[in-house]
Design a protein around this ligand. Structure first.
Ligand code: BGC
Length: 758
């Protein structure tokens, strides 16, 4: 106990209930029974414990007995399994049986940047540190499972949860997922991949029936989950609210039994999204292992009394129940809950450093031009400025609690204004003007089964808006440089759970305001704090500098200041295409309900594989900013691409090498991206697809050799006829560059034999 307390000393005391959860199941005696022996293999312990459980106890392990709690067999010293949201920090404590906050004072956590910020770093080491940080804090808070990472592919930028996810590309999302899971599970906290699968919109999320063809499912929507399971070793997967091809994702024989468990060999537990279970028979037989999101009386739900009755009367075989119990127990044992977990820590300096590094590397500098004869607007040089105007409601807002389930009660959150003021340190005057007011959102309506409820928005009146805008334009005129901090509010209608955005527009007439501010002072940099792309048509051409800062968590303001003032060269790259308009985005191209948000309860993914940049390539649609785009304060030269193919019985692989030189004047990191283009494919293939990347730090004048490897899957497509991945013989171009639209080097390899991958 001493070490546990010292782990959190100086931060806050965690409630005694939490401490109790972390105590070893049987700390006072040496292990007596096989399941109590940490020296035995995990599965042997699971089997031993299973053999000692009564039927009632077994069924008690496959459904919730609290909003975020399940299991527990006091008689055998088995603790409850505690879950918590996720993914960007441990959520505040809710009442055991309700969605209402429990009102603790010790349930804070480090707010990590949102998923899109993490994905923008393209830095797998940071993703691992991120998962590790949340995992460590989960232990300190007595949670065994974190409900994250969230990794649904961005099909539409309107999806209210775009911010939570990892972008539009399966390879990038997969790499970040694997690293996150490894980092978290190394900290004795189970990662739960969500929301499996094709949960790509919040509108009608509980009923919408996704019609997606097999190749799009396998090549776009599943690979990041597959990687999280097969390479990351995730021990939990959460089913989505949506249906796929007529069957609910939480009990979907194809997705769960056939693909996840049989094909990928998943040995962990499938957890329902909260209230995502709809039927006992389906839940029993179609792959669900733990029903969550229910309320009192907990034994009245699908995988509770009705399931028990079905096992008793032989409708459901005992083997079905035993399999579910085993999977749930694996999570519990793997989390160390049976043996006394290592003490966890919360909001340490190390955690803050990870949050800050992710926030900083996640910032994407979209544009940075000179104004007249003067140099590029960014970075700002404090020594040359007398007055800096910081304009915008988002500069003083805190976002960590936004987004409902993903919200975190942050111990601290540095706003953009805080960060800028601290960085300027009195060397120049910083004047702040609110400029606009985000609509106030309140979740005043009744909560639905998922806890989200309805929201009301109150916008500023035209008079208030005009007065705020006039004052801001005046401040801009008086300043030597302007940092406009705009974006969305991470609340209903703008990056929030349960509600999609209506369109891509910025809130609160920011469009007009930005145009006026840039006209008043051309030395303006726009910082966008938003979790998804926004429409920039009204002002982008005349605005010299724009950066996407996402929601950066506890350390957001420090990260923004570091980039604005040039303490680092920005190195983030977009994990999704920023379209010029909604119609340039595949789900919205036809502008009909069939493709979004659905018609007659079904939404049709007719674009198939052409999601994100694959669409832009196929339809020759010019994006506002392409996938993979992001500039820094230095420049890189790419040279000397060489590609070497190795043919093997299990498919071809290739090694690419190239020389990357920093030809600018300062340190910088570049994300080198490799895309594969099949030249004459026997089936329809996207023009090119990201299949490898590396983030490399290079000093000015230095040249580094970058090596990228492509495995057999990099060349393969999913062949539904063979129910397997196939590499077709033929030529493959290898395109290496700084974004999907900035290819610097082209090479190629010839694959001589077709292979069906195992
Ligand atoms: C969300 C999940 C979340 C769960 C528990 C659901 O509404 O979709 O992502 O983990 O609630 O809060």
């Amino acid at each position: 106990m001493r070490s546990l307390l010292s782990g959190i000393a100086g931060v806050a005391l965690v409630g005694s209930a939490v401490l109790a959860q972390q105590r070893p199941a049987d700390s006072s005696h040496s292990p007596r029974l096989p399941y109590q022996d940490p020296g035995k293999p995990l599965d042997a312990r699971v089997d031993d414990l299973l053999s000692r459980l009564t039927l009632d106890e077994k069924v008690g392990l496959v459904h919730a007995n609290g909003k975020f709690r399940a299991g527990g067999v006091a008689r055998l010293g088995v603790p409850h399994l505690w879950t918590a949201d996720g993914p960007q920090g441990v959520r505040e404590e809710l009442g055991v049986d309700s969605w209402s906050p429990a009102g603790w004072t010790s349930d804070f956590a480090t707010a990590m940047p949102v998923g899109m910020a993490l994905a923008s770093t393209w830095n797998v080491d940071l993703a691992e540190a991120y998962g590790g940080t949340v995992g460590d804090e989960a232990r300190a808070r007595g949670k065994h499972v974190i409900l994250g990472p969230a990794l649904n592919i961005q099909r539409t930028p309107l999806n209210g949860r775009t911010y939570d996810y990892l972008g539009e590309d399966p390879w990038l999302a997969g790499r970040m997922t694997v690293a996150y899971v490894k980092g978290m599970q190394a900290e004795q906290t189970i990662a739960c991949l969500k929301h499996y699968a094709a949960n790509n919109q919040e509108k009608d999320r509980g009923t919408i029936d996704v019609q997606v063809d097999e190749r799009a499912l396998r090549e776009i929507y599943l690979p990041a989950f597959e990687a999280g399971v097969r390479e990351g070793g995730a021990l939990a997967v959460m089913g989505g609210y949506n249906k796929i091809r007529g069957e609910h994702a939480c009990h979907n024989d194809y997705l769960l039994n056939q693909v996840l468990k049989r094909e990928w060999g998943f040995r962990g537990a499938v957890i329902s999204d909260w209230s995502g279970t709809h039927d006992t028979r389906d839940a029993a037989l179609k792959g669900l292992d733990l029903e969550m999101g229910t309320g009192k009386p907990y034994d009245q739900y699908f995988l509770a009394a009705p399931f028990l009755a079905g096992v008793k009367n032989g409708t459901f075989p005992m083997a079905v129940l035993d399999d579910k119990v085993r999977r749930n127990l694996r999570m519990l044992f793997a989390s160390g809950a049976m043996d006394g977990r290592r003490p966890g820590t919360i909001n340490t300096k190390a955690h803050q450093d990870v949050a800050r590094a992710v926030a900083t590397e996640g910032i994407v500098l979209l544009k940075n031009q000179s104004v007249g004869k003067r140099p590029a607007v960014l970075p700002l040089d404090v020594s040359k400025l007398k007055t800096i105007a910081v304009i915008g409601d988002n500069a003083t807002r805190r976002f960590a609690a936004g987004g409902f389930a993903a919200g975190v009660k942050a111990f601290h959150e540095i706003t953009a204004l805080d960060g800028i003021v601290a960085r300027v340190g009195g060397r120049a005057d910083v004047i702040f003007s609110q400029g606009y007011r985000q609509p106030e959102a309140s979740r005043s309506g009744p909560r639905d089964a998922t806890g989200v409820g309805t929201s009301e928005l109150t916008a500023a009146s035209p008079e208030e808006s005009k007065a705020l805008a006039d004052r801001a334009v005046d401040a801009a005129r008086r300043a030597d440089a302007v940092v406009f901090v705009g974006g969305l509010a991470h609340q209903a209608g703008g990056d929030d759970e349960g509600v999609d955005r209506r369109d891509l527009a910025l809130t609160a007439h920011q469009d007009k305001l930005i145009a006026r501010i840039v006209a008043a002072n051309p030395r303006t940099a726009v910082v966008l704090i938003a979790g998804s792309p926004v429409d920039m048509t009204a002002w982008i051409a005349k605005t010299p500098a724009v950066m996407q800062a996402w929601y950066g968590g506890s350390e957001a303001g420090h990260a923004i200041a570091a980039v604005v003032f040039g303490d680092v060269s920005p190195s983030g790259k977009l994990p999704c295409t920023f379209p010029k308009s909604l119609r340039d985005s595949p789900a919205h191209a036809a502008g009909d309900a069939r493709h979004y948000p659905g018609q007659g309860g079904k939404v049709f993914y007719d674009e198939g594989l052409l999601v994100g940049y694959r669409w832009n390539d196929a339809k020759a649609v010019e994006p506002l900013f392409p996938f993979g785009h992001g500039i820094g304060y230095t420049r890189f030269q790419y040279a000397g691409l060489q590609a070497k193919l190795t043919a093997a019985a299990d498919g071809p692989s290739a090694t690419l090498t190239l020389q990357l030189t920093n030809v600018g004047a300062r340190d910088g990191a570049e994300v080198v991206q490799a895309y594969v283009r099949p030249v004459k494919p026997p089936v329809m293939r996207p023009d090119k697809e990201l299949k490898a990347f590396a983030k490399v730090l290079v000093k000015p004048g230095e040249t580094k050799t970058v090596t990228l490897t492509l495995g057999p899957r990099a060349f393969a497509y999913y062949a539904p006829d063979a129910k397997a991945w196939r590499v077709a013989a033929g030529r493959y171009e290898l395109l290496v560059g700084a974004s999907a639209r900035d290819i610097r080097l082209t090479g190629g390899v010839d694959v001589t034999t077709s292979t069906l991958l195992k």
